[in-house]
Design a protein around this ligand. Structure first.
Ligand code: ZN
Ligand code: ZN
Length: 215
């Protein structure tokens, strides 16, 4: 569902209260360091303390990273872009994601506040621990490592210039979501799930090119 905002420079304001407003801002280095560290420690803990073989632990770790990319896709598509049918829902959508579409280059709002992400991380690790047993630590570690890597990719796409190598596809894909149509291109760390679920938007330049060819 389209967010009803136009991209603008600078930072927006979500709350009148200065305390609440400050809580919505995060320096990107905090969650990056936090979740990469927790991810690496979970892998180490699985091997060194739980005695799980390194190849098994690594397989679960990578599995957690892959699952994260699916969760990232589903959350962005169905939660962040929740249809804004009522004023309450519109407000909810604005607070969790619309603000980012309105101010896509605001460095301080490219990650959710660590207080929120730490609670979610604990819930996910607990869920994995109780569904797949001790391997849940390595799996959860990979999941959080995937989250941190996604944060870096998202930050880089909005703040740095598109590189002239294979990573450029991430810039192209996410810019389609922001500047062409936010009813597609929901994957940020890769376009993979957009291909699987058929939410790849048409690149307008390609559309123009095919029109020219038809004439
Ligand atoms: Zn973005
Ligand atoms: Zn979005």
């Amino acid at each position: 569902m389209a967010v009803q905002t136009k991209p603008r420079p600078g930072a927006g304001r979500i709350f009148q209260s200065p305390v609440l407003e400050a809580l919505t801002k995060t320096h990107i280095s905090i969650p990056l360091a936090l979740f990469w560290a927790i991810g690496a420690i979970s892998l180490w803990y699985s091997i060194a303390r739980l005695g799980i073989g390194w190849s098994t632990a690594l397989t679960f770790f990578l599995g957690g990273m892959v699952l994260f990319t699916l969760v990232e896709y589903l959350m962005h598509r169905f939660l962040y872009h929740i249809p804004a049918a009522t004023p309450k829902r519109r407000r909810f959508q604005y607070v969790i994601h619309g603000i980012h579409h309105e101010h896509p280059r605001d460095k301080q709002r490219l990650a959710m506040p660590p207080v929120v992400s730490l609670v979610l991380a604990s819930l996910f690790i607990t869920l994995f621990r109780f569904t797949i047993g001790p391997n849940g630590f390595a799996f959860g570690g990979g999941f959080l490592f995937g989250y941190s890597t996604y944060l870096l990719a998202h930050y880089a796409v909005h703040i740095f210039k598109q590189p002239k190598n294979f990573l450029g596809i991430l810039w192209k894909h996410h810019n389609l979501h922001h500047y062409v149509g936010d009813d597609g291109a929901f994957g940020v760390s890769s376009p993979f799930w957009d291909y699987i679920f058929n939410t790849m938007p048409k690149d307008p330049r390609r559309r123009e090119a095919s029109k020219v060819n038809l004439l």
